[in-house]
Design a protein around this ligand. Structure first.
Ligand code: DND
Length: 228
């Protein structure tokens, strides 16, 4: 394999926005393969806020199965400790010592966050970044806050904007609304079958749960909800 793209994500759940950005990157950068890497223990999120790695991996497999240029890796799920991207890039370099090019695919909105990632200075030496931009993205605004050396390692790729987010999909499921056409049908079916993202039925106040249940929350503490 000569040119490899890594599409890292929490994928809770994976959706058409993720798939489109990977496919557009594959085509524009003549990548032989895009490997989807669901994180095991996201470095940036509290573990109890995300679905289990196995559920997220299963959904990623289901979503990518129909594209022969896509594959999924369990590397971050199997690795103990926080899922740092730098460790994954080094592992791929070891597995494929003769790579012509190694790219990490990301949303352009998230580029600034990369500056806060573990061993950021090594990260930019291990790979180049493909940052997909949505309509309205203003590169000049980013150039004003990011140093030129880093920007040199980033290739910006405009793609059709799909305003789909995992957060919105989870909210829709919780509220009993449809997620059709936001994520592939097998993922939709998996969410339904496994009962992901649904709130627990309300418990009568006089019978509080005997055991502490894991807490699931959206971004704000006010949004705290119990879930299975
Ligand atoms: P997210 O939680 O943002 O994944 O994590 C992205 C990657 O960053 C993962 O591989 C993490 O392990 C890694 N990370 C994060 C923080 C620290 C470190 C590493 C570290 O090493 O220290 P999501 O599933 O939410 O999204 C995946 C990607 O898809 C993101 O780049 C996001 O911006 C992008 N995206 C879209 N792009 C275009 N249109 C849409 C999108 N929805 C999500 N509709």
């Amino acid at each position: 394999m000569q040119r490899l793209g890594i599409m890292g994500g929490t994928f809770d759940p994976i959706h058409y926005g993720h798939l489109l950005m990977a496919e557009e990157a594959r085509q524009a950068f003549a990548l032989d393969q895009v490997v989807f890497v669901p994180n095991g223990r996201p470095a940036h999120k509290k573990a109890y806020l995300v679905s289990s790695p196995e559920d997220r991996y299963a959904m990623t497999l289901l979503a990518t199965g129909s594209n022969p240029c896509f594959s999924c890796s369990r590397i971050e799920i199997e690795r103990p400790g926080p899922s740092y991207t730098i460790d994954t890039l080094r592992a791929f370099r070891r597995i494929y010592p003769d790579l012509d090019a190694l790219y990490f695919i990301t949303g352009a909105d998230a580029v600034l966050e990369i500056l806060t990632w573990h061993e950021y200075d090594h990260l930019v030496r291990e790979c180049r970044f493909i940052a997909v931009t949505r309509p309205g993205f203003v590169l000049e605004r980013l150039s004003a806050v990011v140093d030129a050396e880093f920007l040199d390692r980033v290739s910006f790729l405009p793609i059709p904007g799909l305003e789909i987010s995992s957060t919105d999909i989870r909210r829709r499921v919780r509220e009993g609304r449809s997620v059709k056409y936001l994520t592939p049908e097998p993922v939709e079916a998996y969410i339904e079958q496994q009962g992901l993202y649904r709130p627990l039925p309300m418990m009568p106040a006089e019978h509080p749960p005997a055991l502490e249940v894991p807490v699931y929350s959206e971004e704000t503490p006010e949004g705290l909800k119990n879930r299975p």
